[in-house]
Design a protein around this ligand. Structure first.
Ligand code: NAD
Length: 257
């Protein structure tokens, strides 16, 4: 059996990726801080989902996840997904805010990538997927640390792809747009029903809706599979067209009048 590590697998996008990989026949080790949500995921996904409680900002947590994945099968996939919504403009934040944000968003991805390649090198086979954001290529207001970290993830991907392409290891980035997850729920504006707030968020993308975690999981599963055999070092925006557009003013009346 082949195995994969998915960080931040307890909820949201990571949970959907874990479920998709289990359905595809892999053994999945989910590394996450949230032990209650990991236990729920384990109940729902069954024996082929294994929980490892830990912080992606801790190198050893990745080692433990890799050990578990290698005990269960041949480690062929690794998804660096865990992240936090980290709001603050440059004049509002301090060194502690920056360091804590980077630890999860940037160092967590770098640590995971390093350990994944070490474990994949002997077999000369494996695929790594890094979950960045459209904020890795376009800045959102008041997201200084998050934007910077998400941009750095693109270079993690390219660097790994360049160093290990000749060794059978691929690495790619997904740039999600606004996806319906607990992280997104927590950031919705107050005073609106969840449905109405999500509808308004969705209007920021040309497809006029937010995305679903399963729509990210589909692309992650593809990138991890041999179907993506010549794809490495690049990024795929899964954003309903959000980054294709400059200003979101409506030049066309699409109301059919
Ligand atoms: P979420 O908050 O719904 O789930 C994140 C999961 O990561 C949780 O289970 C949480 O416990 C875990 N986690 C957080 N910090 C951790 C840490 N230090 N160590 C281990 N686990 C940790 O978030 P989500 O929306 O599913 O986001 C997943 C990834 O996608 C993140 O990297 C996020 O930045 C990115 N992303 C999300 C969106 C979106 O709209 N939801 C858009 C672009 C990018």
């Amino acid at each position: 059996m082949t195995s994969a590590v998915v960080t931040g697998a307890a909820l949201g996008i990571g949970r959907a990726i874990a479920g998709r990989l289990v359905a595809d026949g892999m053994h999945v080790v989910g590394l996450d801080l949230n032990d209650d949500a990991l236990a729920t995921a384990r109940d729902e996904l069954g024996d082929r989902f294994e929980a490892v409680v830990g912080d992606v900002g801790d190198w050893n947590a990745h080692e433990r996840a890799a050990d578990a994945a290698q005990r269960a099968g041949e480690l062929r996939g690794w998804v660096n997904n865990a992240g936090v919504d980290w709001v603050g403009a440059a004049h509002e934040i301090d060194a502690d805010h920056i360091e804590r944000g980077l630890r999860v968003l940037q160092l967590g991805t770098m640590y995971g990538a390093c350990i994944a390649v070490r474990r994949m090198l002997p077999a000369r086979a494996g695929s790594i997927v890094n979950i960045s954001s459209i904020q890795g290529v376009v800045a959102f207001p008041r997201y200084f640390t998050y934007d910077v970290a998400k941009a750095a993830i693109l270079m993690v991907t390219r660097s790994i792809a360049v160093d290990y392409g000749a060794h059978g290891i691929r690495c790619n980035t997904i740039l999600p747009g606004c996806i319906e997850t607990p992280m997104t729920y927590a950031g919705l504006p107050p005073g609106l029903s969840r449905d109405e707030a999500l509808r308004r968020e969705g209007e920021l993308a040309p497809m006029l809706r937010v995305g679903q975690p399963a729509e990210i999981a589909e692309v992650a599963a593809f990138l991890l599979s041999d179907r993506a055999s010549y794809l490495t070092g690049t990024e795929i925006a899964v954003d309903g067209g959000a980054t294709a557009r400059c200003f979101p003013y409506p030049p066309l009346d699409t109301g059919g009048e």
